[in-house]
Design a protein around this ligand. Sequence first.
Ligand code: ZN
Length: 123
Amino acid sequence: MNTIDAHDITLMATLLADGIKAAEVAEKFEITIKDVLAAVYPDLPAPGLYVKRLNRGQAITGEFGIEKRCPKCTDFHPATAEFWHHCHKNTDGFHWWCKACECERKPRAKRATNQTTHREISL
Ligand SMILES: [Zn+2]
């Protein structure tokens, strides 16, 4: 089978949501895992990158779509702007850490900057 129609995409999305691995779905439809991801998640930047992440256990597919693993809290969060800050430097367009971890880190970084400023003023 070479062409994927809307019905196939719906079916693939259902299988992934049911917890079937992307590799198995790809095998069933005789297409690559990258093609499965690109068809089911058209908004996903760099589907090729997510193939590698799925293989390494750094991403999963499921009822919440494709989820990326945060190396800080080790939790999986949907690969959307709701859970990840945008970062143009990264291939997938999202920050390395999830929003929650980034927000936890930021006040500390800000405090350090403020201390520097106070020291500079007192000099
Ligand atoms: Zn996190």
